[in-house]
Write a protein that binds this ligand. Structure first.
Ligand code: PRF
Length: 369
């Protein structure tokens, strides 16, 4: 099980500083969790993940269920034993992947029938199966099986879907046989009444934490921020809130101000593999011609294991399609988000997060809404 305490509320912004205690580490929140979908944070060793994370990472039910199979992961003592990760772990339920990756879905009360996103093999996931797989994967924090409909679905559809997601959360809770911390997931698209209904119904089920799903799925940033702001006073105060799949630097800052405690996203690691860096002065495309002879470090504002390399060298690695370049930017991007979150926590402690926000947009090219 986990424990969560609010330690301080920033007097300037209302943002929360908290402490999350898990069986495999104690963490200050707000924090960012790197994504390790297939029991690997792509390109990094567990020792390197340690360096660039708080010690809490995410794994994916859907992917590990299919490859290599949750039985094989379980035989290693779960994801932690499989990948030799000694930190804490959270797994997503597979709900989102069924709706974002898989083809030809048939959604019934019992669960979802769909085809594997690569092989086309027929598959079935239900709240109970998602819990069983997550028990085998052995994370400290696990997720309810939810439906994440596209934001353009009709109100009538969103309403039916939210009601089902609440029933699925209840079924998952009843199916759980371990002391892993199961979070409920708030859905409801961009409809405030459905979001409020979902948050309140899930709160009645008394989960140890609440996720906010169904955002960053095609809506505008302004719509996303408005929804987290709306949910802030509705979600249980004394439980952690986790905004799923959100990780752009400006989104972390804005949503922390709106009361979010935890984040994950593939953005820093995926961008890294495509040559986009997050730095203390903003987003940078390292393949740009202007860096051909640039002997300066990529991010003079951040001391990391890649600080000694020139932009010219990193650009060369990308142009030559050398894997080391992808590794270097993965380290940079995760190190930057770790640094950003530690700066945010410090600003909350000192009741100056809105001043920090002004400086952040003044110093960087991250977009302000
Ligand atoms: N549900 C689940 N996982 C998710 C999401 C969701 O809505 C999102 C949406 N941003 C990312 N990951 N279960």
């Amino acid at each position: 099980m986990i424990k969560y305490e609010v330690l301080h509320i920033c007097k300037q912004s209302g943002a929360r500083l908290g402490r999350l205690t898990t069986p495999h580490g104690v963490f200050e929140t707000p924090l960012f969790m790197p994504v390790g979908t297939l029991a690997t944070v792509k390109t990094l060793t567990p020792e390197e993940i340690r360096e660039v994370s708080e010690g809490l990472i995410l794994g994916n039910t859907y992917h590990l269920w299919q490859q290599p199979g949750n039985d094989i992961v379980k035989a290693h003592g779960g994801i932690r034993g499989f990948m030799k990760w000694d930190g804490a772990l959270l797994t997503d339920s597979g709900g989102f992947q069924v709706f974002s990756l898989a083809k030809l879905r048939d959604i019934k009360e019992e669960g979802v029938t769909f085809k594997h996103h690569k092989s086309g093999a027929p598959l079935f996931l239900s709240p109970e199966i998602a819990i069983k797989i997550q028990e085998d994967l052995g994370a400290d924090i696990i997720m309810s099986f939810d439906e994440c409909p596209p934001p353009y679905e009709s109100y009538e559809y969103q309403k039916k879907s939210v009601e089902r997601t609440i029933r699925w959360a209840k079924r998952g809770k009843e199916a759980l046989t371990t002391d892993q911390a199961l979070f409920g997931i708030v859905q409801g698209g961009l409809n405030k009444d459905l979001r409020e209904f979902c948050a309140k119904e899930l709160a009645k089920l008394d989960f140890p934490g609440y996720s906010i799903g169904g955002l960053s799925v095609g809506e505008t940033k302004a719509e996303m921020y408005e929804m987290t702001k709306f949910l802030n006073p509705i979600l249980p105060f004394d439980k952690p809130r986790y905004l799923m799949g959100v990780g752009a630097p400006e989104d972390l800052l804005e949503n922390v101000i709106n009361g979010v405690d935890m984040f994950d996203c593939v953005l820093p690691t995926r961008n890294a593999r495509h040559g986009t860096a997050f730095t203390t002065y903003g987003k940078v495309q390292v393949k740009a011609q202007k860096f051909e002879r640039d002997m300066n470090p990529l991010d003079p504002g951040l001391e990391t294991s890649i600080s000694k390399y020139s932009k010219s060298y990193i650009r060369h690695l990308f142009k030559a399609e050398e894997i080391l370049g992808q590794r270097m930017l993965t380290i940079q991007n995760l190190a930057y988000l770790k640094y950003l979150m530690s700066e945010i926590r410090q600003a909350i402690k000192e009741d100056r997060l809105l001043d920090f926000k002004k400086e952040f947009y003044a110093k960087t090219n991250y977009p302000e809404v």
